[in-house]
Write a protein that binds this ligand. Structure first.
Ligand code: AMP
Length: 214
């Protein structure tokens, strides 16, 4: 099964994407995680992406599309995958569609997690991330067992630069301009599954499973 996660930054795409991937035993592919790993590793790609990410802008399509097309061609993705954070622009969606078409494949669902902007700003200000293993938390809605310490690996938690308030507002505006049009794009293809992302994480997950018929 091939699933795309749509929704504003902070809508809960990452959390739901990981759970879906686990449920269906398919890889969770997050372009944000791939970029962060490249930044941490000091790669050329990381160096190119960092300025855009810290400013809350999208990394240019040409740095993203090939990377994803290569990733989904890997062996572990043969039974499908959950794409989290890609596509984020119409050209990216077209690149994905073209790559899949060559193999006679298609996306099965575009899960759109709907959360109003005010709730997003409230959520993002409480977000904490582990720089070591990538786990994410929220100080109110998904708190780590010990404040500011990762449950998974014990590393210290931080506020990502791109979760800082001025960056969040910028990311929301980028989302509305560049990513929201994807809802119509996938609507036209009959693939959109809308879920109410303001509910708690378990309820959102249950709604996704129900709507994709599991
Ligand atoms: P995320 O963790 O998905 O919220 O992504 C964090 C940041 O990585 C975004 O704000 C962008 O700067 C960059 N990024 C991730 N995925 C993409 C994408 N598909 N296209 C462009 N930029 C991306």
């Amino acid at each position: 099964m091939k699933v795309i996660m749509l929704g504003a930054p902070g809508a809960g795409k990452g959390t739901q994407a990981k759970r879906l991937a686990q449920e269906f035993s398919i890889p969770h592919i997050s372009t944000g995680d791939i970029f962060r790993a490249n930044i941490k590793g000091g790669t050329e790609l990381g160096k190119k992406a960092q300025g855009y990410m810290d400013a809350g802008q999208l990394v240019p399509d040409e740095l993203v599309c090939d990377l994803v097309v290569d990733r989904i061609a890997q062996e572990d993705a043969r039974n499908g995958y959950v794409l989290d954070g890609f596509p984020r622009t119409i050209p990216q969606a077209e690149a994905l569609e073209a790559a899949l078409k060559k193999k006679g494949e298609n996306v099965d669902y575009a899960v759109n997690i709907d959360v109003p902007d005010e709730a997003i700003v409230d959520r993002m200000s409480g977000r904490r991330a582990c720089t070591n293993c990538g786990a994410t938390y929220h100080i109110v809605y998904n708190a780590p067992k010990i404040a500011d310490v990762c449950d998974v690996c014990g590393n210290k938690l931080i506020i990502r630069d791109d979760d800082k308030p001025e960056t969040v507002l910028n990311r929301l505006s980028v989302y509305h301009k560049q990513t929201q049009p994807l809802i119509d794009y996938y609507e036209e293809r009959g693939l959109v599954v809308n879920v109410d992302g303001t509910k708690d994480m378990d309820a959102v997950f249950a709604e996704i499973l129900e709507k994709i018929g599991k």
